[in-house]
Design a protein around this ligand. Structure first.
Ligand SMILES: Nc1ncnc2c1ncn2[C@@H]1O[C@H](COP(=O)(O)OP(=O)(O)OP(=O)(O)O)[C@@H](O)[C@H]1O
Ligand SMILES: [Mg+2]
Length: 465
């Protein structure tokens, strides 16, 4: 189906409205005029009969009728008029009928009764022209009989007047309609200019100019809300796009390093024939690199899936004593290597969380603490339960994280230490996974670091009652 423009729709709607109003007003005026003309014409006919009645009371009128019948014809003065005077059941004394209208047979009004508009008969003659007629008896001064007056008139003049009036109304209504449509079209087009400007500005938006915003100051109030919403959307897009670009750049960078190492080592190995020890060493080193790659891809996949809106988690009541015990056992080896001790403070606390995800989050925090803690210090795992939820924290002694980094630690690939190559197995995804897990739990996450004490806290909301 063809879609009409807003301009055409508005202007045709306005034009139709004007046409409807004009037609209604025109019709009402036409009807009123017609009624007024009918009353005026009927009144004139009645007056004529009254005049003839008065005339017939004159002594000399019979002589006048005999001698000068033409006088009556002149009195009517109209070729469309009809007048018949006759004594009852006698041939007419006078018959003036220049238009040859058929003589109507109507019951006459008695001589002593007054004539009213009700005495006028309405008929339609040939060609649809109205024909009015009236009949009345009249006393005659010089004769004992009564004379019957029959008169009528063909209303072609009225028909013409009305037709002219009707045509004029149609003409004026048509002109008004066309003019309205034209003006409405012009005004609407002008009025919609801001919309076209908005479309043009939007069309110019591009990934390269995501920082551009649509001007709001000169926009009409109706469009401001739309523009504001659009600008907010652009802002979100810009932030997301920048993050995404950063993530893909970092990912490419982080994938390139292990792949580069793998390629280099394999290439060197292939140049000469080597002994078994060399190959064993090479395979061992390649295995580590491949493990790092696999871990990174696994983490990326986890983050991508956790970002899905529909990702569901299975929350249960977890005893943190059990969880801490399990983690301590798992990290005993790596912690021992650096002379670190793991201390658990939990007081029989519980947390309402997905077991797999809680373990993964805590494991990431512990792995960081073990990596960054000063050798020979203690790492404290703490759980504090409150009515609204449980806070679990991992604390270690070590170099402070500068305040400007604290905010961004949970971003993907973000690392506070500038030397990215410092630890080959670190990819900068651990904390962003922690954040995703806390988001899935509608929980909170927080990092603080000062006076060589670094603490990461996770808040798991309590199970709703
Ligand atoms: N306990 C901590 N002490 C000092 N700095 C830390 C600590 N935990 C995290 N950081 C800083 O936060 C950064 C981000 O940590 P994250 O766990 O996200 O990545 P990563 O540990 O570098 O790599 P991955 O966890 O993917 O192996 C780290 O690079 C480090 O600079
Ligand atoms: Mg980490």
């Amino acid at each position: 189906m063809k879609r009409f423009s807003l301009t055409s729709r508005l202007s045709s709607a306005l034009a139709m409205l004007v046409m409807l109003v004009m037609a209604t007003v025109g019709y009402a005026l036409y009807r009123t005029l017609e009624q007024q003309l009918i009353i005026r014409d009927d009144g004139a006919l009645i007056t004529r009969v009254e005049q003839i009645r008065t005339l017939l009371l004159n002594e000399d009128v019979m002589t006048l009728i005999h001698d000068k019948p033409g006088l009556f014809a002149n009195m009517l003065g109209n070729t469309e008029s009809l007048l018949v005077l006759q004594f009852t059941d006698r041939p007419p004394l006078i018959e003036i009928n220049p238009g040859h209208s058929p003589i109507p047979h109507i019951n006459p009004v008695p001589a002593d009764a007054p004539l009213t508009l009700a005495a006028v008969q309405h008929a339609v003659a040939a060609g649809g022209i109205p024909f009015i007629s009236a009949s009345a008896l009249a006393n005659v001064a010089s004769a004992p009989y009564q004379v019957k007056i029959t008169t009528g008139r063909l209303m072609s003049e009225r028909t013409r007047t009305l037709a002219m009036y009707r045509n004029q109304i149609i003409l004026v209504a048509s002109i008004a309609t066309v003019l309205t449509a034209l003006l409405a079209w012009i005004f609407t087009r002008r009025g919609l200019a801001p919309l076209r400007r908005l479309a043009a500005e939007t069309a110019m938006m591009d990934v390269r100019f995501l920082s551009r915003r649509i001007g709001i100051t000169h926009a009409p109030p109706e469009l401001r809300e739309l523009i504001a919403a659009f600008n907010t959307m652009l802002e979100r897009l810009e932030i997301n796009f920048r993050q995404l670009s950063q993530v893909s750049a970092d990912m490419a960078h982080d994938l390139r390093t292990p792949i580069g190492i793998l390629l280099g080592q394999t290439e060197v190995a292939m140049r000469f024939k080597r002994d078994n020890d060399y190959y064993e060493n090479l395979l061992g080193s390649n295995f580590e690199e491949l493990q790092r790659l696999a871990k990174m891809i696994d983490n990326m996949l986890f983050l991508a899936r956790a970002g899905d809106a529909g990702h569901a988690i299975q929350r249960v009541m977890l005893s943190l004593a059990d969880e801490f015990g399990r983690l301590s056992e798992y990290f005993e080896g790596p912690a021992g290597e650096r002379g670190l001790t793991l201390v658990c403070a939990r007081d029989g606390a519980t947390a309402w969380a997905d077991p797999e995800l809680l373990r993964r989050a805590l494991a990431n925090l512990l792995a960081n603490a073990i990596r960054y803690a000063d050798a020979g210090t203690a790492i404290v795992l703490r759980a504090v339960q409150q009515p609204e939820g449980t806070t679990i924290s991992v604390e270690n002694t070590g170099p402070d994280i500068a305040p400007q980094h604290l905010e961004r630690l949970f971003d993907r690939f973000y690392r506070a230490d500038a030397s990215r190559t410092g630890d080959a197995s670190a990819s900068g995804l651990g904390l962003s996974i922690v954040r995703s897990i806390m988001m899935l739990h509608q929980g909170r996450w927080h990092a603080q670091s000062s006076k060589r004490l670094t603490r990461f806290s996770l808040f798991f909301p309590a199970k709703p009652l």
